[in-house]
Design a protein around this ligand. Structure first.
Ligand code: LLP
Length: 424
């Protein structure tokens, strides 16, 4: 459920008509709904709450990569969320949003020494180590500071998540984690290092999962590994089950709910007796945001449908160009007529196509429209290709809204560049 709906024929975000945001902030602009974020956060949390141990709820570490906006992080921080970060930049954002260091988990295959040191300096709650090499480096850095880094070993279960190849992370050929067959020896080696408090296992098999079965298969492998590790004397107190739960991108599409996910996790983790961590991103933020755009003009097609050229482009919302992803496209003030169109942006390559042969609301030059489900992996994946700058972001709360990220125009980006003296 989200809070973007028609009220008297005009699409609103909660109580704010989208034309008002377009008039005051301009387009394209990402619009997030606080009520939707909070609802998704609460539903997810309630689904997992029964899995707590010792009176403690599981740690829910929001995947910052899905939406790193400080105001969005703040909404979730106020709900008790922690953060899953994958770079020094994301770590700084989580802290700036007020997230407690002990609720921060640091994932990623390529953490640099500087990033590991930053995590140690900030006293974060958990490092998810993705290789023997990284484990040794972290141990050395921590030992040199007289610290013992709290860590989990990320394993690669070789399970097909049945999602887009570019966002699958748990197959043997993917770069993530340590292969299961080497997990036991790697764990034993790293657990013996003085700078590490290796206390558990982590996993994440992919994103936008529409089926719970691959997750359950992967979790069963983790359960077996935990039992094996304990059998040889390791103390396992933590397991991080990652993120990945998918969301509906098309109206009417039905995906497993957080409650169904929670029930599956309860089944899969029965008797583990560990503190569980989850790293959801998309399921919290995806349907809590839209990309609001204006039609520049409608151009007659060659032998196909007309081109609806909008002022948003692949640099603002990359998912359709990168993954062939579908985003519902709707008029802000629909007139009740339909058209079949190719929805495209102004960028000079054919990849800048949001949809082909799409049945959508009839639109003319100047109309406003939205791409839905743009709250996750939207603004965060933007670039400034074609010198288009970065779009603004707005957070709505009831009948008020605030600009939570300024538009960075081409001039602002140019300010960071210079021509060397020897070219003057
Ligand atoms: N934890 C780890 C270690 C991850 O790598 C990811 C996502 C997540 C958690 C969050 O997954 P989620 O719950 O959001 O599915 N740009 C792509 C998605 C890439 C996801 C990468 N990892 C897209 O637009 O579909």
């Amino acid at each position: 459920m989200d809070h973007f709906s028609l009220i008297d024929g005009v699409m609103h975000a909660e109580g704010v008509p989208l034309p008002r945001i377009a008039a005051e902030v301009g387009t394209p602009v990402y619009v997030y709904s606080r009520a939707t974020l909070e609802r998704h956060g609460q539903v997810f949390r309630e689904a997992l709450a029964p899995l707590g141990t010792n009176g403690q709820e599981p740690l829910i570490a929001f995947a910052v990569k899905s939406n790193p906006n400080l105001a969005v992080l703040r909404v979730l921080q106020r709900q008790g969320f922690g953060a899953d970060v994958v770079s020094g930049g994301e770590l700084m954002r989580a802290l700036a949003a007020g997230m407690a260091p002990e609720k921060i988990v640091f994932s990623g295959v390529g953490k640099t020494d500087a990033e590991l040191a930053l995590g140690l300096d900030q006293g974060i709650g958990q490092f998810n180590i993705e290789s023997r090499e990284e484990g040794r480096e972290l141990a050395a850095l921590a030992a040199a500071r007289g610290q013992s880094a709290p860590a989990c070993l990320r394993v690669n279960p070789d399970v097909d998540a049945k999602t887009h190849a570019k966002i699958s992370t748990g197959k043997a050929e993917n770069k993530f984690g340590v292969p299961l067959m080497r997990a036991r020896e790697t764990f034993a080696e790293l657990a013996a290092l003085p700078g590490l408090n290796l206390r558990g296992v982590a996993i994440h098999i992919g994103s936008q999962l529409a089926d719970l079965e691959p997750l359950e298969t992967a979790f069963a492998k983790v359960g077996a590994l935990v039992a094996d590790l304990r059998a040889v004397g390791h103390t396992i107190t933590h397991v991080d089950l990652g993120g990945g739960l998918g969301v509906p991108y098309r109206r009417g599409e039905v995906l497993p709910s957080p409650a169904e996910y929670g029930a599956m996790v309860a089944r899969a983790t029965k008797g583990w007796d560990v503190q569980l961590t989850f790293e959801p991103g998309r399921v919290i933020a995806g349907n809590a945001g839209v990309l609001l755009t204006r039609v520049i003009r409608v151009k007659r097609g060659g032998n196909g449908p007309p081109f609806v050229i909008v002022d948003a482009a692949m640099n603002d919302l990359a998912r359709p160009a990168l993954y062939g992803a579908w985003h519902d496209f709707e008029a802000v003030m629909p007139r009740g007529e339909r058209m079949t169109a190719n929805i495209v942006g102004p960028i000079c390559e054919t990849g800048d196509t949001f949809a082909t042969d799409r049945d959508c609301d009839a639109l003319v030059s100047g109309d406003l429209a939205v791409f839905r489900t743009a709250g996750a992996y939207g603004a965060t994946m933007a670039s400034s290709y074609n010198s288009r700058g970065f779009v603004a972001e707005v957070l709505v709360d009831g009948d008020r809204f605030a600009v939570v990220a300024d538009r960075l125009d081409a001039a602002a980006i140019m300010d960071a560049e210079r021509v060397p003296e020897w070219l003057a």
